[in-house]
Write a new protein. Structure first.
Length: 202
């Protein structure tokens, strides 16, 4: 498995050093990485390691692609970054916070994840599934009774419209949606918390 980093380039600010324009004595510190992993190891049962000494960093405003054959550990790595799977060895830091069982809830508020199989709750509507993406920031009784704040409900509807779903589709149960529509719901759900880090599993 190998990772390729693609980063959008921005115009140089005045006084900033570029290959064709020497700097004017100004220095800027490199941005703090949004993700820093070192020595990650994850094994399932007694089989081979799904992750074997994986280390990398990722800065803000970067688009990173993981390339690898089926079964090479891509999904395991994403689930580990999201705190859904804990590594057997190694360290993960997300937004300056080390990922541990105690800090997992805090870390997960900073990221969104689009799951490979969408991960929708079949009996809930598309809008309710999107609202579930904000569960980490909402009191438990509001989630239980689907009593989300009005502003959050409006935000969920706006996101669904942005990904191309109509009001009628937003109120359909997830099981009644097509594969493409379910994927769009998953994208909207991942975005509702305005994450600093977005993980997408294929």
């Amino acid at each position: 498995m190998r990772a390729q980093t693609l980063q959008r380039q921005r115009p140089a600010a005045s006084g900033e050093e570029t290959p064709d324009r020497p700097g004017r004595g100004l220095s800027t510190a490199p941005p703090e990485p949004i993700v820093a992993c070192s020595g990650l190891v994850k094994r399932y049962d007694h089989g081979p390691a799904a992750l074997n000494n994986v280390s990398f960093t990722m800065g803000t405003a970067q688009f990173v692609v993981l390339l690898g054959a089926s079964g090479s550990g891509k999904t395991t790595l994403l689930r580990t970054l999201a705190g859904l799977v804990l590594p057997d060895e190694g360290r993960i830091e997300i937004g300056g916070t080390v990922l541990t069982p105690a800090s997992r809830s805090h870390v997960r508020r900073q990221l969104g994840m689009i799951h490979q199989e969408f991960g929708l709750v079949e009996r809930l509507t598309a809008a309710q599934n999107v609202l579930a993406g904000a569960a980490a920031t909402i009191a438990g009784h509001r989630i239980l009774f689907q009593a989300y704040p009005r502003a959050l409900r409006q935000k969920a509807c706006a996101l669904l419209a942005e990904v191309g779903l109509t009001e009628i589709q937003a109120n359909r149960k997830a099981r009644e949606l097509s594969g493409g529509q379910r994927q769009r719901v998953g994208i909207a759900r991942a975005l509702i918390g305005e994450p600093r880090l977005l993980l997408a599993d294929e």
